[in-house]
Design a protein around this ligand. Sequence first.
Ligand SMILES: [Zn+2]
Ligand SMILES: [Zn+2]
Length: 363
Amino acid sequence: MSRVAEVPPAGVAEEAVDWKIKFYKFLQDFRDTSGNFKYRERVFRMAHMMQKSLVVDFSDIILYDRALARHIEEEPDQALEEFSSALAEYLRKEQPEYAEVAGRVYARIRQPPRVLKIRELTSDYIGKFVAIEGIVTRVTRVEAKLVKAHYVHITPEGALHEFDYPEQGEMGERIEKPVVCPVCGRTGRFELVLEKSKFLDWQKIVVQERPEEIPPGQIPRSIEVVLTGDLVDSARPGDRSLITGILRVMPTQAVQKASGRSVFSFYIEANHVDVQQKVLEEIEITREDEEKIRELAKDPWIREKIIASIAPSIYGYYDIKEAIALLLFGGVPKLMFDGTRIRGDIHVLLVGDPGTAKSQLLQ
Ligand SMILES: [Zn+2]
Ligand SMILES: [Zn+2]
């Protein structure tokens, strides 16, 4: 976020569009089709639920001002910074008590018009706002990323000069130190004081292509996605999710910096995560559901009905459908007297000639 120059180059300043004001006006003036001030209401709710983020639908921005939407797509670093600072200002005006305690707030944008396949992400999109859809396969533990360092300059005379760095914005990928002490203007040694520095929750997840997107005969591709702040822990392995963010590159290996190799790998710095399909255990079975299930269980043909409900558009393959039905239900884990556990879920290996509807059946 510190990548954006604070001062525009001379001569450009007069003509430059004030995007921040446009974002502010969007929050204040946008009305949905029924005439409601959608974001006034969302900001109100955000303040009352003490949330750090405001979720904005991309389609609303397109409807409101196409240039603003294009600004987000083309210069997302700058645009998201402006949008978030417009949001902070709007909060200060409309919800001053919450603004006082909120700290940093974020504008998060969901449902963009175009969702890319993971294998469509090319270097053309570096630094652009992108959206991908996939299945979360790996989630790291939450770590803390240094965003503002607190340094102490111990002068030769033994005085202590304390300051925060960077003064504006946030620390980049690497820990940086100023060239001279901002208090006295001299060079010297600056000690980092971790206890007084500011950190942001940080987590990396791996998102893999959806099975239906993988071309035949190819292995699935995946991409790393970095989640920060309130996005941390928003997705779990197995979740199908739609992620928006900025495509970035990082060195492929730690040793690369030394060797100077010029190949980098892609990752996405997430702006918003929409989990579309929670993993199975998240589904809550209500009393009514339970009654219905018990009712259905009394049906003498229920086994056949369930099997027939699997891939109904594919004719035949009754035994395969039966195996898939059993796989979906799973078994019961058993604990043997000697303490060994026999797992309850069933693994199925489907072998067959090409073109015999194997992958259609497994969807
Ligand atoms: Zn400090
Ligand atoms: Zn100093």
